[in-house]
Design a protein around this ligand. Structure first.
Ligand code: HEC
Length: 238
């Protein structure tokens, strides 16, 4: 594996060919859902060498992060007159399309309200949850192989009782899950009922389960309005 600090240093090399090579080398990090390099990339968007910008447009396809899509859109705007760069951006943006079209296929039989809710949830998931639960909802691995957050695919809580799932999102969660310690799931009660229902509908759709109506969130909110602490699964499963 390439050393990340070395790659970062080479982003600033005077020779554009070295900067291009450094961007190529960073594809490994991008593919493993690493977003540390995005600060450096922000600067490379404005690189004086167009070859460097083009390489960035090509390499960003390896990242599933929302930031990569945003950056590709920014490059596209800035270099709309440059045919080569525009083409690279377009090719790199296809990665998103394929994921979204797979989701659309998966939910093709559902009613329009549910579909819209799931698609809004897909966006929210990619803005927030993805940084810990990963693009494939399997949990993002740390360097030692342990997961930052538990997998949401196959989780009995995600597939199970919608009221309990709503409570987990409202107040957050702490303590072991199936014998493993991850850390803390933060409370999300500042978000609207709709926002929470949408994101839950998305993660349930990825488990082939039905959508979550806003009323589940509303009821759970009412039932737990005096609670401030995180939940533990032990408590919720009582
Ligand atoms: C900063 C990291 C982080 C983010 C962002 C995050 N989570 Fe979590 N999530 C965790 C951790 C850590 C746990 C495990 C908590 C525990 O061990 O008690 C968890 C647990 C969960 C669980 C319980 C899983 C189970 O099997 O019991 C659900 C459901 C969940 N998260 C959904 C979400 C959703 C939906 C989002 C986005 C709206 C999100 N999380 C965003 C870190 C995160």
């Amino acid at each position: 594996m390439v050393d990340k600090q070395l790659v970062e240093a080479k982003f600033k090399d005077e020779d554009p060919r070295v900067r291009i090579t450094a961007i190529r080398l960073s594809e490994n990090f991008l593919a493993s859902e690493d977003t540390d390099l995005f600060n450096d990339f922000e600067k490379l968007v404005n690189d004086r060498d167009i070859g460097v910008v083009n390489q960035l447009a090509l390499s960003l396809r390896y990242s599933k992060a929302k930031q990569a899509t945003d950056m590709l859109n920014a490059i596209s705007k800035k270099y709309s007159q440059n045919e080569i760069v525009s083409h690279s951006v377009k090719e790199s943006l296809k990665k998103d399309d394929s994921k979204l079209s797979k989701l659309k296929e998966k939910i093709a039989d559902r009613n329009t309200d549910d579909k819209n809710s799931i698609l809004r949830g897909y966006d929210s998931y990619h803005q927030l949850c993805i940084t810990c639960h990963g693009a494939e909802l399997t949990g993002l691995p740390l360097e030692d192989g342990s997961l930052i957050a538990p997998p949401l695919i196959g989780s009995a809580r995600v597939k199970g009782d919608k009221g309990m799932l709503s409570k987990i999102l409202l107040n957050g969660l702490i303590g072991p899950i199936e014998g493993k310690d991850y850390g803390i799931m933060m409370p999300l009660k500042d978000n609207s009922d709709e926002w929470l229902a949408d994101v839950l509908s998305y993660i349930r759709a990825m488990n082939n389960e039905d959508a979550v109506n806003r009323s589940y969130i509303r009821n759970a909110r009412r039932q737990t309005k005096d609670r401030e602490d995180y939940w533990t699964l032990e408590e919720l499963e009582e």
